[in-house]
Write a protein of this length. Structure first.
Length: 398
């Protein structure tokens, strides 16, 4: 039911935002614990990094499936099952005695996170429209940017105080609290559920969107940018904590600088919207993004591979990526006004798969390149994104 008052509307938005953020918190709160997990479970850092890859990959794939499920069975049941999966996965990972059990827990977490995220976003579309929906989605997007900044700091403090399982237990505890509050407060918003489930038909709706080269150009340039970002998130804990001697708590103070730069870059993109073509904004932002990534890769040769220069290079990268992300999303979705939901879901899945790809490459390169794995991966990803965008957009014009 639509909220009857402004206060009620605000409460619903905040609640749905909290529900949609569970996955973001769970995916990043344990980053400062990577070295400790490797030691405790007798494995290597590259294998621990793969737990993030698996989470992101399953999260991306699950979104494409749970969307039709929410249309058929409703938002509330999907949300309830999502919390159960996420909590079960968190408990399994926290109690794990081997890295294989951590992987299993992360799979359950990812399925649950996909369900809660999709249900919350769909509920926003059910309840709000026009300006109110835009504001609600903007708040969700802002929180999605802020949670990865705050979560590693929280995780670092918990890691130093209680050990590697504490950040994972905190994700389970948060899911229990938000789940109880959400399910006690949240009424079903899908008042016209589908009479039958047709996953094949739903998945077929993605074909014409995928066939658009311009859409895929915008989707892939942002996906490669996310690949570079998550390469940093996967690789930097080991570099900062093991190579540079920073504490887990100290490490948590560095990612927020990159997030702040991302917000600034997004603000510039918003001001340029309508004044400059999206392709032009992205081309210029790519140059800034590449300057940060290649600057990062050049730091060791310059003798500057230290905490502050690394995060300054990350700030430059994030300024460019901050302009690319919202611009590419808007430019891609606007091409399919009659399939906005499908286009949004697809670009979201492509972006998250890009994140998983970045962490995968970083983990594969870590044994050979050690502390240089994520700078090399970042440089490669932004180069691939730039080439892909320029080639596909030129082909589209042709």
């Amino acid at each position: 039911m639509p909220p009857s008052t402004a206060a009620g509307s605000q409460r619903i938005v905040l609640l749905l935002t909290a529900i949609s953020s569970i996955g973001q918190y769970g995916s990043s709160v344990y980053l400062p614990s990577f070295p400790a997990i490797a030691t405790a479970l007798a494995t290597d850092l590259a294998t621990v990094q793969l737990t993030l890859t698996v989470f992101l990959g399953v999260f991306a794939a699950s979104q494409l499936v749970v969307g039709p499920l929410s249309d058929r069975f409703g938002r509330r049941p999907l949300m309830a099952w999502g919390f159960l999966f996420f909590i079960a996965g968190s408990v399994a990972a926290a109690l794990a005695t081997s890295i294989g059990l951590v992987f299993a827990g992360r799979v359950l977490q990812a399925i649950g996170a996909a369900a809660t995220t999709v249900a919350a976003r769909a509920a926003v579309r059910d309840v709000f429209s026009g300006t109110e929906m835009a504001r609600a989605m903007a708040l969700m997007a802002m929180v999605f940017g802020l949670v990865p900044a705050a979560a590693p700091l929280i995780g670092g403090v918990l890691q130093d105080a209680f050990g590697w399982t504490a950040p994972i237990w905190s994700a389970a505890f948060l899911a229990v609290v938000i789940g109880i509050l959400g399910l006690r407060t949240f009424a079903e918003t899908n008042l016209t559920p589908l009479r039958a489930l047709n996953l094949a038909g739903a998945l077929a709706a993605y074909r014409p969107v995928i066939a658009s080269r311009a859409f895929m150009a915008y989707a892939l340039v942002s996906a490669f940018g996310l690949a570079a970002l998550f390469s940093f998130l996967a690789g930097s804990p080991g570099v900062y904590i093991e190579h540079m001697g920073v504490s887990a708590t100290g490490y948590g103070f560095y990612p927020p600088f990159g997030v702040a730069a991302f917000v600034v870059g997004a603000g510039f993109a918003r001001r340029l919207a309508g004044r400059m073509a999206p392709q032009t904004v992205i081309r210029r932002a790519i140059l800034i993004q590449m300057a940060g990534a290649f600057g990062m890769a050049a730091l060791p040769a310059a003798g500057l591979y230290q905490p502050v220069p690394v995060i300054l290079a990350m700030v430059v990268f994030s300024l460019g990526f901050g302009a690319i992300m919202p611009t590419s999303l808007a430019a891609a979705v606007v091409r399919f006004p009659d399939r906005a939901g499908t286009a949004s879901a697809l670009i979201g899945a492509v972006q998250i798969l890009g994140s998983a790809f970045g962490t995968l490459v970083t983990s594969l390169l870590t044994p050979a390149l050690q502390h240089m794995a994520f700078p090399v991966t970042m440089a490669g990803m932004v180069t691939a994104g730039a080439v892909t965008f320029l080639v596909m957009m030129r082909s589209e014009r042709g």
